[in-house]
Design a protein around this ligand. Structure first.
Ligand SMILES: *Cc1c(COP(=O)(O)O)cnc(C)c1O
Length: 440
């Protein structure tokens, strides 16, 4: 055996202790760490014949990478929708690595990771106040969750047209209706062999809203003359956290034949707050829902769930089954996650989520979510009161969309943001809203 590997195995306690101490040091000082860096990485290491051993490798990491790692999970990193990691989720994540289960096995035979995952999905449904007629599973992020849901939706569309797309491939022009989809939904359609030319854009509400105009939606539906379609709706757009009216869409679903997908990657967490849960009212009527866990659930990357109505289980299995692997059994009889989602082998992604939900409960998440909402509102208030900035949309949840005051300053927004982010004191992301460059 390689001498380094042998030594590492014999001093594993020392190695893990060192990493624990370093991790604690990082987390203790995360508020002081810069949110961006100007330093560029110097040099590179080549693959050596005999290796360096873990202690020396840690030293190399600490010399070259560690000093320029920025505090993306710290309190002043406001870009994108970035979560941190709760203590319980760190524990769950460490154990996921230590136990190193392959999370696809079934019904307790061999390993129990699928059972942990199913239990965690029930906890998630509970947190989101969704009915138990949704089935769910874990994928790497909301992009893959959108992909998973839209893959099953595609199979549904095929069935409506008398085709089995999983077997025959995609043919036909398919109809996708949406108002303000997240870029990852478009990417998913592209991966699914459905070009963005198949998207029928529905109007948004008057007044620079990003939510769908349900009246225009209905007229577009009528224009389809009974053809089946998929509706991709928003449970929180990224610019202004605008929500489609789920109650109104649910009513349309009683009248027309369509697959309803909701991308609620972070907006779904509105349900944790008594003052904001009305935003997702009616979402339980959707066919599929995307939720990110590495955002507002505050578990480490990579973690998201999809929820798909149980009634579509056969479509899901048709889409994802490993039909040429007889040792995996009949996928409808023997439930297995590898016939249910894109990946086969997976780490036990559910465990950090399970730990965090069990450790902090509904109240814990209510506090996390409401605290963010309060701080966002406070920030929005400061922007509104400021002589230099302009608030562009009401603060609906956890995002503040604003710009520099004055038409003449609009060209300076990107330069301003770059300057601001270069300070390393705070980090925000630019966007285009209503055709104009903004800060977020
Ligand atoms: C973040 C986000 C996504 C993409 O999520 P990833 O976790 O980055 O894959 C999709 N939809 C919405 C609404 C998001 O906010």
């Amino acid at each position: 055996m390689n001498e380094h590997l042998q030594r590492d195995l014999s001093q594993l306690d020392n190695l893990l202790e060192k990493v624990k101490e370093q991790g604690l040091e990082y987390l203790k000082n995360i508020s002081n760490r810069d949110t961006s860096t100007q330093n560029v990485l110097k040099g590179k290491l080549n693959l050596s014949e005999g290796g360096l051993g873990t202690l020396e490798t840690l030293k190399q990491f600490n010399e070259r990478f560690e000093p320029i790692i920025v505090s993306t999970s710290g309190p002043r990193f406001w870009g994108y929708v970035t979560g941190g990691s709760t203590p319980a989720s760190i524990v769950g994540d460490w154990l996921t690595t230590i136990y190193d289960q392959n999370s696809f096995a079934t019904n307790g035979q061999g390993d129990i990771s699928a059972i942990i995952e199913l239990e965690t999905i029930q906890l998630m449904l509970d947190l989101f106040e969704l009915p138990t007629n949704f089935l769910g599973g874990f994928v790497t992020g909301a992009t893959m969750s959108n992909f998973t849901c839209l893959a099953v939706a595609r199979q549904w569309l095929g069935k409506e047209l008398g085709k089995d797309f999983a077997k025959e491939g995609v043919s036909d022009n398919l109809n996708y209706l949406t108002a303000t989809p997240h870029s990852s939904a478009i990417k998913s359609l592209s991966l699914l062999g459905i070009g963005s030319n198949n998207i029928i854009k529905v109007k948004t509400l008057e007044g620079n809203r990003e939510a769908i105009d349900v009246i225009d939606l209905e007229s577009k539906i009528i224009g389809l003359c009974g053809e089946p379609f998929v509706l991709i709706s928003s449970g929180g757009t990224v610019n202004t956290v605008d929500f489609d009216d789920f109650v109104a869409i649910a009513k349309l679903k009683e009248k027309y034949n369509f697959w309803w997908h909701i991308d609620a990657a972070f907006g779904g967490f509105a349900v944790c707050s008594n003052t904001h849960k009305h935003l997702v009212k009616g979402w339980e009527n959707a066919d599929s829902i995307t939720i990110d866990c590495h955002k507002w659930l505050n578990v480490p990357y990579e973690s998201a769930v999809f929820f798909v109505k149980e009634q579509h289980k056969h479509l899901q299995v048709e889409t994802f089954q490993n039909s040429n692997a007889p040792y995996l059994g009949n996928p409808l009889e023997n439930f297995s996650y590898l016939n249910f989602l894109p990946e086969n082998s997976r780490r036990l992604k559910a465990l950090p989520v399970w730990f965090s939900l069990i450790a902090y409960g509904k109240k814990g998440y209510q506090e996390i979510v409401e605290n963010c909402i309060i701080l966002s509102n406070q920030f929005g208030y400061f922007i509104q009161e400021s002589a230099h900035f302009e608030l562009l949309a009401p603060v609906r949840l956890n995002t503040v969309c604003f710009t520099l005051k004055g038409k003449e300053n609009q060209e300076k927004v990107n330069a301003y943001l770059t300057l601001l982010n270069d300070t390393g004191k705070v980090f925000m992301t630019p966007t285009i809203y209503n055709g104009q460059k903004k800060g977020n």
